[in-house]
Design a protein around this ligand. Structure first.
Ligand code: SIN
Ligand code: CO
Length: 391
């Protein structure tokens, strides 16, 4: 994607300008980001998803059994008929994994790294409904799908921002309104992390939230060090060969500066292993939200070739995530939390596997003639990241 071409989605600015001036910095309101946008789902279909055991959903009632009552799904069919006329909202997470038309929306976001995208959450709100003033720790594009929603945008918050006492929801106790916009279907609001916002349905409304993921520093440290530790033996320890003898004024109980330096060296030696860091990061960022939906099946290489020659089509499992990178020894494919090291000659196949809507004789045929290429496709089917499309 050419970074300087004006994008309708961004209101006629280029990806380059957006990344320079707005991304992670300030809100951007775009009128008719997707002109004539028609929500691929209607409220009943969204409510239908919220009945499923598998799918994460919640309802927030402003005046429920308690103020801002949170109910967690899955819900029963009669839940919705018992809802009040106003002031409640239903939120369904990761709808892109279940509804291909919703996943297609992500095509508009090709100017951002795919591994930063988390999911498309869809909310339905009765008039007056919303989840209260709050902030999120991630970037979000709020696309209006149906009806109108008023968005109030406020201050930039942090961990010390005062919250209402609430067991489950993080609702801001203070909201300093800086902007107030009513969004119509097709309008979109980009919000950087930690900007306070408050969406209120003007009428029956549906909002699509394209959310991004960024690990917290605490997650990076704990997960990376856990990953690293698998490769370290118990014998490798803090060591102090050549330690200086205690001098007249030093105390046996004092941890001296040189001990701290030895410790820092030990950490540095492992923390600066770029290949392990990249491997961990690729695996972490491609970890599927629903690992149980990434279940593969064994396929013989001959059967794979025959199936593709026969016109069958492979698609990415909607629950799988893929990314790739390169290191000195070759290319790394990260597929749903696993790494495969591949030779340079498979670079174009890697890109194809990560980006193609579907793999078929036309784009895959030549790669199946290559032993390594065929093996990779077979492994991805076995691992569950690729699957044959239903007839
Ligand atoms: C909503 O769609 O109601 C909430 C989205 C958000 O504020 O993050
Ligand atoms: Co939010």
């Amino acid at each position: 994607m050419n970074p300087v071409i004006p994008l309708q989605l961004l209101g006629g600015i280029s990806a380059e300008e957006f990344l320079r001036d707005y991304w992670q910095k300030k809100p951007l309101l775009v009128r008719q980001a997707i002109p004539d946008f028609k929500s691929p789902l209607d409220p009943d279909e969204l409510a239908g998803l919220a009945l499923e055991e598998m799918i994460e959903s919640r309802i927030v009632l402003e005046h429920g059994d308690s103020p801002w009552e949170l109910r967690r799904g899955p819900f029963q069919e009669d839940t919705f008929s018992q809802m009040p006329e106003r002031d409640w909202t239903l939120l369904v997470q990761a709808v892109d994994q279940f509804i291909p038309e919703v996943a297609e929306l992500l095509e508009h976001f090709k100017f951002l790294p795919s591994w930063r995208i988390d999911d498309v959450m869809i909310s339905y709100a009765a008039p007056g409904g919303g989840v209260g003033p709050h902030f999120d720790n991630y970037d979000v594009f709020l696309l209006q799908g149906h009806g109108r929603r008023r968005w109030k945008v406020g201050q930039t918050c942090d961990a010390t921002s005062p919250m209402l006492p609430h067991a489950d929801l993080r609702i801001l106790a203070e909201f300093e309104e800086n902007a107030d916009w009513v969004l119509e279907p097709g309008d979109m609001l980009y919000l950087p992390p930690r900007v306070a916002h408050y969406g209120i349905a003007e009428d029956d409304c549906m909002t699509y939230s394209v959310g991004f993921r960024a690990p917290s520093a605490a997650e990076v440290l704990t997960h990376f060090t856990d990953f690293l530790a698998q490769f370290l033996s118990d014998e490798e320890r803090y060591s102090d060969a050549g330690m200086a003898a205690m001098k007249g004024d030093s105390d046996q109980h004092q941890i001296q500066r040189d001990a701290l330096d030895r410790l820092k060296n030990l950490l540095q030696e492992h923390m600066s292993d770029e290949r392990l860091l990249l491997t961990w990061f690729g695996q972490f960022m491609t970890e599927p939200r629903y690992p149980e939906l990434v279940a593969g099946e064994e396929i013989e290489e001959d059967d794979l070739t025959a199936a593709i020659e026969d016109g069958e089509v492979l698609i990415r499992n909607p629950s799988a995530r893929m990314a790739w990178s390169e290191v000195d020894v070759g290319l790394l494919l990260f597929a749903s939390g696993q790494t495969v090291v591949l030779p340079e000659k498979l670079r174009d196949l890697l890109k194809l596997v990560c980006s193609a809507e579907s793999l078929h004789e036309g784009n895959l045929g030549q790669w199946l003639a290559d032993d390594d290429g065929r093996k990779l496709i077979g492994e991805l089917i076995k691992q569950g990241s690729l699957e044959f499309a239903d007839e």
